[in-house]
Design a protein around this ligand. Structure first.
Ligand code: CDP
Length: 227
């Protein structure tokens, strides 16, 4: 496969649909940069909680979103996110952040600041970015758009497993409820809602292995890069 053409791949979908694992690996195989846009909203949420700033305190939270410095660095197995130099990779992926992120992600001022940062990162192409509004708002002209979905039950099982690996034991029904709640919040917000772009290719990952998901996207990317 020719690696000369540096395309933009947008991967959107609901919580725990398999976006991040797939996007990271696809980026690795193509030699592209992987950006987890959710991590950016998560970092703003973490900082707002630490500084006791409410999501609707527009002035303070906008200032926070503007000044926050986010850097992604890849090591062998995962992507580390630094917030003003501090490794917050694990701190941003907790049930507490999950439960507090929706109003932050729904704030249009925060969204426009994050979208600006995301576009800047993707300016030269060679990027795989995952999120909710990447194919619709951030990169509406992305070369390849994927919309990943999976049943709520399967997504909850995946999230439960992820939490268990971190030593957190949660009740299955609670995880289902949290995912449903966040889906609902993501779908119904006015700005940058979770939505399949008209030209996105839908992949249902309920029955797929991670490798199968990666292969599907690699094939689609290959067709674009080679032509
Ligand atoms: O892995 P999971 O889907 O649970 O989380 P994530 O992708 O890190 O996204 C966390 C939250 O950030 C989502 O529920 C959205 O509310 C928000 N988000 C967003 O609003 N826009 C994006 N482009 C990415 C995430």
């Amino acid at each position: 496969m020719s690696r000369n053409k540096k395309i933009i791949i947008a991967i959107d979908g609901p919580a725990a649909s398999g976006k991040s694992t797939t996007a990271r690996e696809v980026a690795g195989r193509l030699g592209y940069t992987y950006i987890d846009s959710g991590a950016m909203y998560r970092a703003v949420t973490l900082r707002a909680l630490r500084e006791n700033i409410a999501a609707d305190d527009d002035e303070k939270i906008t200032a926070l979103a503007r000044k926050i410095q986010l850097k992604f660095k890849k090591n062998s197995s995962k992507t580390i996110i630094y917030m003003d130099g501090e490794d917050v990779s694990d701190k941003i992926r907790t049930p507490q952040i999950d439960q507090n992120i929706s109003p932050v992600a729904a704030n249009p001022r925060i969204r426009s600041i994050m979208v600006e940062k995301q576009r800047e990162i993707g300016r030269h192409g060679g990027v795989v970015m995952d999120g909710r509004d990447i194919g619709t708002v951030v990169f509406p002209t992305a070369d390849l758009k994927i919309f990943m979905k999976a049943s709520v039950k399967e997504r909850a099982l995946r999230r439960l497993k992820e939490l268990e690996q971190k030593g957190l034991n949660m009740d299955f029904n609670k995880v289902v409820a949290d995912i449903k709640y966040r889906d609902q919040q993501d779908i119904s917000r006015n700005f940058g809602p979770l939505k399949k772009a008209d030209d996105a290719i839908e992949i249902d990952t309920t029955q797929l292995t991670v490798e199968e998901q990666i292969e599907k996207i690699m094939t689609l990317a290959g067709q674009i890069i080679d032509c």
